[in-house]
Design a protein around this ligand. Structure first.
Ligand code: KIV
Length: 267
């Protein structure tokens, strides 16, 4: 495995070298450590932690302070991957100044190396303000979960020609504003291909088909830890939820039957 530190320029270069970018989420030290050891290029402290870590129904309630706490914990486990922190709902939409202040907290207090925010052309001024202060920004288009109340559900986006054209304009606006990559969430593969071909910065897909420059999943989904719902785009690589339940049930039985601890586990 390549042990060289992944930086923002590395990620941008990977697109020109047609090397696929691997990304997953982490919200704590141990998971970040495992992902880093596994060779992930990007570890995202996603606001998805609101759902899969904190048990909320949406990503909306998580706060800047909570996500900084998760970012700081994850940062202690990361040596090689690029650590990106998600900016939560209303931490960047009010004004570019407010967005910069909050982005700066993720870098200074959380130990992140870049931030991610949702939205296209309307966010360009904000992205530029943050990037000009030296903070790399990743964009996020398509199904943007912080706007779930506007969408009225987790539906596939960019299904019409007009919507795909709109997305290309949004992606180009993010690129021009200085974003170094764009997440494309839950859009048809053909739409993601079009966007990927029209910009020079990498696209990182989640439910956006195989033509993106990289792929990201929520780790708790792909490891089978989060069982509430399983979107079609998630490939399940392990059933850790089942394994944890089974292991803990065996522990309960061993304790009840006085099989634990035995002599080798006693002083
Ligand atoms: O919050 C998150 O985990 C994300 C990824 C799914 C892209 O935004």
């Amino acid at each position: 495995m390549n042990t060289k530190k992944v930086t923002v320029p590395t990620i941008v270069q990977m697109k020109s070298q047609a090397e696929k970018i691997s990304a997953l989420t982490a919200y704590d030290y141990l998971m970040a450590l495992y992902l880093d050891d596994a060779g992930l290029d990007i570890i995202l402290v996603g606001d998805s932690g609101a759902m899969v870590f904190s048990g909320y129904d949406t990503t909306i309630p998580i706060t800047v302070d909570e996500l900084i706490y998760h970012t700081r914990a994850a940062s202690r486990g990361v040596k090689r991957a690029l650590l990106v922190a998600d900016m939560p709902f209303l931490s960047y939409q009010i004004s570019p100044e407010d967005a910069l202040r909050n982005a700066g907290r993720f870098i200074k207090e959380g130990g992140a190396e870049a931030v991610k925010l949702e939205g296209g052309e309307p966010m360009a001024t904000t992205v530029r303000r943050i990037v000009d202060a030296g903070i790399p920004v990743m964009g996020h288009l398509g199904l943007i979960p912080q706007s779930i109340n506007r969408f009225g559900g987790y539906k596939v986006q960019a299904r019409t020609e007009e919507a795909v054209e709109r997305m290309v304009i949004d992606a180009q606006a993010l690129e021009q504003a200085g974003a170094f990559a764009v997440v494309l969430e839950k859009i048809p593969a053909a739409a993601a291909k079009m966007v990927t071909e029209k910009i020079n910065i990498p696209t990182i897909g989640i439910g956006a088909g195989a033509h993106c420059d990289g792929q990201i999943l929520v780790t708790h989904d792909m490891l089978g830890l989060f069982e509430k719902f399983r979107p079609k785009f998630v490939r399940i690589y392990a059933e850790l939820g089942h394994n944890i339940r089974e292991a803990c049930a065996r522990y309960v039985e061993d304790v009840k039957m006085n099989r634990f601890p035995d002599d080798s586990e006693s002083y």
